[in-house]
Design a protein around this ligand. Structure first.
Ligand SMILES: [Fe+2]
Length: 163
């Protein structure tokens, strides 16, 4: 059995969709890494704003996780293969894990805001590739994922403001 068994019928050019799939697989790895970092901070946040931050981070984590299946299935719909394991995520991710014993709540919010904004940049680059491949469904879905990441960055920015 080869991966050809996993081919999916599509009229899109296989070379162009492979490039889009590579970008989406990197975004998928970052989405998983960002999901776990957001949950990590949800679990370990502390201080006088605990309830607000704890709840906001849980909402954001749920939204991030919900995106993972759609990204992976988009890759499969265009006849490509996607991530298979935690190790695969680690090999593809560019979001940097935060394994620190203690992170201040302010640092949590600003780190997640920056991670979300970097994800937005990756999504914009992937949209250019999808448009070049005439993959309009991926392009349209990227618009939603971008809007969600921008919304998360906005909430993280406003919540972390001092006065
Ligand atoms: Fe929880």
């Amino acid at each position: 059995m080869t991966t050809e068994t996993l081919n999916t019928p599509t009229d899109l050019s296989s070379n162009a969709t492979r490039t889009v799939a590579q970008a989406l697989n990197a975004i998928l790895a970052d989405t998983f890494a960002l999901y776990l970092k957001t949950k990590n901070f949800h679990w370990h946040v502390s201080g006088p704003h605990f309830r607000d931050y704890h709840l906001m981070l849980d909402e954001q984590a749920a939204e991030i996780f919900a995106g993972t299946d759609a990204i992976a299935e988009r890759v499969r719909k265009t006849g490509n293969t996607t991530l298979r394991s935690i190790g695969d995520i680690a090999r593809h991710q560019s979001v940097v894990d935060n394994d620190a014993d203690f992170v201040s709540p302010e640092a949590m919010l600003s780190e997640l805001r920056d991670d979300n904004l970097r994800l937005v940049e990756a999504l914009r680059a992937a949209k250019d590739l999808a448009d070049a491949a005439k993959d309009n469904a991926t392009s349209a879905m990227i618009d939603d994922w971008t809007d969600q990441a921008e919304r998360r960055a906005w909430f993280l920015f406003e919540t972390g403001r001092k006065g």
